[in-house]
Design a binder for this molecule. Structure first.
Ligand code: SAM
Ligand code: SF4
Length: 472
């Protein structure tokens, strides 16, 4: 396929949305707000215009109603499960000059490197040794990180098995946009989700922070990146915006429009939405006009949850633990734990963050065991499940909502068995005690049928040291 082949559905769904006009309207009255919330609670996606109505709310009481509705929806759709993953930075060479990023080409102070296969293996062993099963590989944009290189890195990760139970079962990617042939190549390597963040959907702001002469200067090539990925056979894609570059409300509309665009043209929406907030980075400059306050951040997570009830929301360690705790309740389904974002950071886990090797500064430096214990104590069920992916139930996320009762019948028991494995193989004594208590609660909440018996027998196997590949 030609590198220049355009995506079949490449019309400008952002310009067509008239976001500025929608956002200029006065706030909704109580009746309109209640109608929109009722639609969400009936698990229907909101239109871009309806999402804009929620974003127009400024009254504190009405904002609270939105957050409470998001909490209810999150409980109904996802239950208390939280999926855990870790990012692994593979290479920080970059030809772009994004004003906000520590890896920008004009930052002469950053130490540049690329993990070779031995270095990848060392990082993956360190990650497996604390219990990780899901990784996202992160790359700068550089000709050396082409599709073949990315695919090869994925294969290297899957090949590493540390100790009797160490294995990475799902490798996601966050890398520069590829052409159709490139996506087909990385798809063949068995990737999970391919993420590309638009950074900002607001064209003038995009042009301000991405110099036109650089690869990333092409807004449209990036906007249609994941359409190309889907056309090349990747059915799990992740969209995102870097909050802090333009009006946060505009970005939320961009994300919702993008999700609806993919859903309409490819029959399946994005698997995940990420909403990183801009963090301080070495050698980068930040225009502070659009920085998002904690209050607005909480609001944007709640509105996203309500607008796209069935899309996973990813909250990263860019945020500090207090804020993470708060917004998790509004509808986050995945978080990272024990995160190090400096190159080679997982084998130097006792060292402080080093700004000359990392892309930006993170807010949550707790280790995985601590993150898991705190999740358990707050009543969440940490999950390392990758069952759908392993069984070829592709479009994992689609299954979760398309099949009634799927989460109860499959996701919850699989979360319990993967948590039990974690507790046996990697957890500290206090985390194990909290985990056993939570699993007991989950079992008690299951109907007393064959499925419960099957779960009890799997758990007994795991506790006695046996492992079987069987999943629900
Ligand atoms: N280089 C590829 C790209 O730009 O798409 C992929 C990797 S880039 C390292 C991953 C993401 O990090 C970017 O898409 C951007 O949203 C985010 N990022 C960059 N600088 C950041 C900063 N200062 N604070 C928070 N997130 C940042
Ligand atoms: Fe490079 Fe990505 Fe950083 Fe931009 S955001 S400088 S493309 S690593």
């Amino acid at each position: 396929m030609s590198a220049l082949k355009k995506s079949a559905a490449s019309h400008d769904f952002i310009a067509a949305g008239n976001f500025s006009g929608l956002l200029a309207a006065p706030p909704p009255d109580q009746e309109e707000l209640s109608e929109i919330l009722a639609r969400s609670l009936a698990k229907e996606c909101l239109s871009v215009a309806q999402t804009a109505r929620l974003l127009a709310v400024s009254d504190p009481q009405q904002r609270l109603q939105i957050q409470q509705a998001a909490e209810t929806l999150k409980r109904q759709v996802y239950g208390n499960r939280i999926v855990l993953f870790a990012p692994l930075y593979v290479g920080n060479h970059c030809v772009n000059d994004c004003h906000y990023c520590g890896f920008r080409t004009s930052n002469r102070d950053v130490q540049r490197s690329t993990l070779d296969s031995d270095a990848i293996a060392a990082q993956v062993r360190a990650l497996e040794d604390v219990g990780h099963k899901r990784l996202i590989l992160v790359f700068g944009e550089h000709p050396r990180y082409d599709a073949a290189f990315i695919a090869c890195s994925v294969e290297q990760v899957y090949a590493v098995h540390s100790g009797p139970h160490g294995s990475i079962r799902r490798v996601n990617i966050n890398a520069a946009p590829l052409d159709h042939a490139g996506y087909a190549r990385v798809h063949a390597a068995g990737i999970g989700t391919y993420q590309v963040f638009q950074e900002t959907y607001h064209r003038p702001s995009y042009a301000r922070v991405h110099p036109r002469a650089t690869r990333k200067g092409d807004y449209d090539w990036r906007l249609h990146a994941l359409s190309r990925a889907m056309e090349a056979g990747i059915d799990d894609v992740g969209i995102g915006a870097l909050f802090g570059l333009a009006d946060w409300r505009y970005e939320v509309l961009g994300l919702v429009a993008h999700a609806l665009h993919l859903q309409t043209h490819y029959g399946v929406g994005p698997h995940t939405i990420s909403f990183p907030r801009l963090q301080a980075a070495h050698g980068s400059s930040v225009d502070e006009r659009h920085l998002v306050s904690d209050e607005d951040f909480a609001q944007l997570v709640a509105v996203l949850r309500l607008a796209v009830p069935y899309t996973g929301l990813i909250l990263t360690a860019r945020e500090n633990e207090a804020l993470r705790r708060r917004v998790m309740a509004f509808g986050v389904s995945q978080i990272d734990g024990g995160t190090r974002i400096e190159m080679g950071g997982y084998t130097q886990a006792d060292q402080a963050q080093d700004l000359t090797r990392e892309q930006f500064h993170i807010g949550d430096e707790r280790d995985l065991d601590t993150v898991i214990r705190e999740l358990l104590e707050a009543g969440y069920l940490p999950s390392f499940c990758t069952a759908c992916y392993r069984l070829g139930r592709t479009g994992e996320h689609f299954m979760e909502f398309a099949v009634p009762g799927f989460i109860k019948r499959y996701c919850t028991p699989n979360a319990c068995t993967t948590l039990q494995e974690y507790l046996m193989d990697y957890a500290s004594a206090p985390t194990r005690a909290s985990g056993e208590a939570l699993i007991a609660q989950e079992i008690a909440a299951l109907p007393d049928d064959g499925r419960r018996q099957k779960l009890l027998s799997y758990l007994a196997d795991i506790r006695s040291g046996r492992r079987r590949d069987a999943v629900f």
